[in-house]
Ligand binder design. Structure first.
Ligand code: AMP
Length: 425
């Protein structure tokens, strides 16, 4: 057993899987930038109070924050999510609205670590601030949907609900509390505890005893204001117009307290139910104000990168890319030719790797094979004497002599044209 191991709930993402993460982020960026979202990079830790605005009663704040006092006596926290940071940034910089941003990066929650649930996990997400229009809700949901489709996922369900406005939600929570209190005896001890803190969270319980009580609990629909109801109907009409299938679930409340009106979740039916939520979001019309900004509506989503990739694995889509270089240089003289030629090939826009430590021809050819390179360039005394390279096609094992000056032309003919890697002139 090595001396050090990653901490519980954290993992090393090794190649080639890390390349898949980068592709994931690139596809996400491309999808949302096409709709006018710009990248934001908030700090990874902030004043802990920023995250308290997520809701004191939420598990995320009350149990899972990685917060501590820094050397200057400030109470800071690693971010458990990024929506609060984006709203804090909005309140701090006051950009013109609509303000549409996207992000990616790690978040931290002290959770019970298990498959698909980590203490450090990544999310990609978007936030759009300053717009009440229900068309924006549709745009936001449609972008997540499009992204899943681009990954190749087909077993994703969109579950949607409206939590109404502030007053609606408060009246509903009262009614729900009353109902659950009157059925306390049938609830599990865990649910009874949750009821004390946050009645809405009881609806998330998957325990059998609780499910029976939840089945007859009042639903939010009856408490929605006319405006909230109208807004929700328009969102549903927009989703139908874009042919995005959805399921309505009046008990969908989501973990974070700041949601208002539209609230949604993406569930992978290819995963076990304990970890099948692969993304979620909604409106949070009061959050910016609670962070000291102007009264500004907002909506967004966060998709769990780790878990979405588990869903990809379960569906057999979006696998890790094959890592290979174009060319592997085998220099059996002293390595100085390899040094120059790999450098030239890289500058010309192709990728090239080589062997080190003056290894034998046989060992270097083995490395060339393992590298997955399309071609090996072999440099021995004969090649140096004739000013050329022996180029071996690794698949067909055919070899040919190519003049040094024709190397880039050879690569262009066989691998296609590439953009040279040079500093801008
Ligand atoms: P939330 O920020 O809680 O709304 O979560 C949004 C998405 O992030 C979830 O649907 C999950 O896919 C992912 N997620 C949240 N917490 C974790 C975690 N501890 N480990 C892995 N993924 C997570």
């Amino acid at each position: 057993m090595p001396t050090f191991q990653t901490s519980p709930g954290t993992r090393d993402i090794l190649p080639p899987d890390a390349a898949r993460w980068r592709q994931f982020n690139a596809i996400f960026a491309d999808t949302v930038e096409a709709a006018g979202y710009g990248c934001i990079i908030p700090p990874i830790f902030e004043d802990a109070t920023v995250f308290h605005r997520i809701g004191e009663a939420t598990d995320v704040v009350s149990k899972e924050m990685y917060d501590f006092e820094d050397k200057g006596g400030r109470h800071v926290s690693l971010r458990p999510e990024q929506t609060a940071s984006v709203c804090r940034a909005f309140a701090q910089h006051r950009p013109t609205t609509p303000w549409k941003v996207w992000y990616t990066g790690p978040n931290f929650r002290y959770e019970k670590a298990q498959a698909g649930r980590y203490r450090q996990f990544d999310q990609v997400g978007i936030e759009a601030l300053g717009v009440h229009d229900s068309d924006l809700d549709v745009e936001v949901i449609a972008l997540a949907w499009k992204f899943y489709q681009r990954l190749g996922l087909s077993n994703v369900q969109l579950v949607i609900n409206s939590l109404g406005d502030d007053g609606d939600r408060a009246r509903y929570v009262d009614a729900l509390r009353q109902y659950l209190q009157s059925h306390q005896d049938a609830l599990t001890p865990e649910a009874r505890q949750t009821l004390e803190r946050n009645p809405l969270r009881v609806l998330d319980s998957k325990r059998q005893g609780d499910l029976d009580v939840i089945a007859s609990a009042p639903t939010i629909k009856a408490f929605l204001s006319v405006e909230a109801n109208e807004h929700f109907e328009k969102v549903l009409t927009g989703l139908r117009a874009l042919a995005i299938p959805f399921t309505q679930n009046e008990y969908l409340v989501r973990g974070l307290d700041y949601y208002r009106r539209t609230s949604f979740e993406f569930v992978s039916t290819a995963l076990e139910s304990a970890q099948n939520a692969i993304g979620g979001g909604g409106r949070y019309d009061g959050l910016v104000q609670s962070l000291g900004g102007p009264d500004t509506p907002g909506i967004g989503f966060a998709l769990g990168l780790d878990r979405t990739l588990l869903a990809c694995d379960a569906e057999g889509v979006f696998g890790a890319p094959k890592s290979s270089v174009d060319v592997f240089v085998v220099d059996v003289i002293d390595g100085t030719h390899a040094l120059a030629v790999t450098n030239n090939i890289q500058d010309a826009g192709y990728s090239a790797d080589r062997a080190f430590d003056g290894r034998s021809m046989k060992a270097q050819m083995k490395s060339a094979d393992r590298s997955g390179a399309r071609f090996a360039i072999i440099i021995a005394q004969d090649e140096v004497a004739s000013g050329s390279y022996t180029i071996r096609d690794m698949a067909s094992a055919q070899q040919q002599l190519v003049a040094k000056s024709d190397l880039v032309e050879f690569l262009t003919r066989n691998l296609g044209k590439r953009t040279p890697r040079r500093s801008p002139s």
